[in-house]
Design a protein around this ligand. Structure first.
Ligand SMILES: [Zn+2]
Length: 210
């Protein structure tokens, strides 16, 4: 748990899909609003340039206002310099430039709270997340529960640390392109009626055929 009055501090919340990263980020934002004298500004990556203002929203529907940025540099250019806390969601979608940007924020004495998927569907470090975990003063590793169901309909339910990608109900191949939706949406329709889905699984049930 970070302290409000600490100077530069990086707190990283990471884990697989559905582990409550965004919920925790919003909970921390509410703590700042309620119990501290400080302000925060939240950022979220977007490909959609039509909106500069948006929300970080949890599965439960709670949300905080966020500045939408196309890339990591946007965090510096759109930053309100007077805020003490910088909140960043979906850290995995930024490229490695985010590492330098976070360092710049820390050197400017900001407290940074960042959430993201630590591993991609292949089980590899997702974008800048590994470096950010190394840089962090504190890492909050969260787990979900394995959603694998066997032939008899029995759920595994073990601690889930991986994100499984399914294409039409079958494990997606290692060579499948690396795109993944945010925590909010677990499935996406692709061309030709194909459905790509994501779920949290334990390491035993994380299957990525090569
Ligand atoms: Zn399992």
């Amino acid at each position: 748990m970070f302290g409000f009055d600490r100077s530069a501090y990086l707190y990283v919340i990471s884990g697989p899909m559905g582990c409550g990263k965004t919920e925790e980020l919003i909970r921390q934002a509410r703590r700042i609003e309620e119990y501290s004298k400080y302000d925060y500004q939240a950022f979220k990556p977007t490909k959609d340039t039509r909106y500069s203002e948006g929300f970080i929203e949890s599965r439960t529907g709670d949300k905080i206002s966020a500045t939408m940025v196309r890339g990591a540099q946007g965090i510096l250019t759109k930053l309100d310099r007077s805020v003490d806390f910088v909140i960043i969601d979906e850290g995995q979608f930024f490229n490695k430039r985010l590492i330098g940007i976070v360092n710049t924020l820390l050197r400017a004495d900001k407290k940074v709270l960042l959430a993201g998927l630590d591993l991609d569907f292949r089980g590899n470090t997702f974008g800048p997340m590994g470096d950010l975990e190394a840089l962090a003063d504190e890492v909050d590793k969260r787990h979900a529960f394995c959603q694998y169901t066997d032939e008899l309909g029995q759920k595994c339910g073990a601690v889930a640390t991986r994100t499984q990608r399914l294409l039409n109900g079958k494990p997606a191949l290692y060579s499948d392109p690396l795109v993944i939706p945010g925590d909010e949406s677990e499935s996406e329709e692709m061309g030709g009626g194909d459905i790509r889905k994501y779920c949290a699984v334990c390491i035993k049930h994380h299957i990525v055929p090569r």
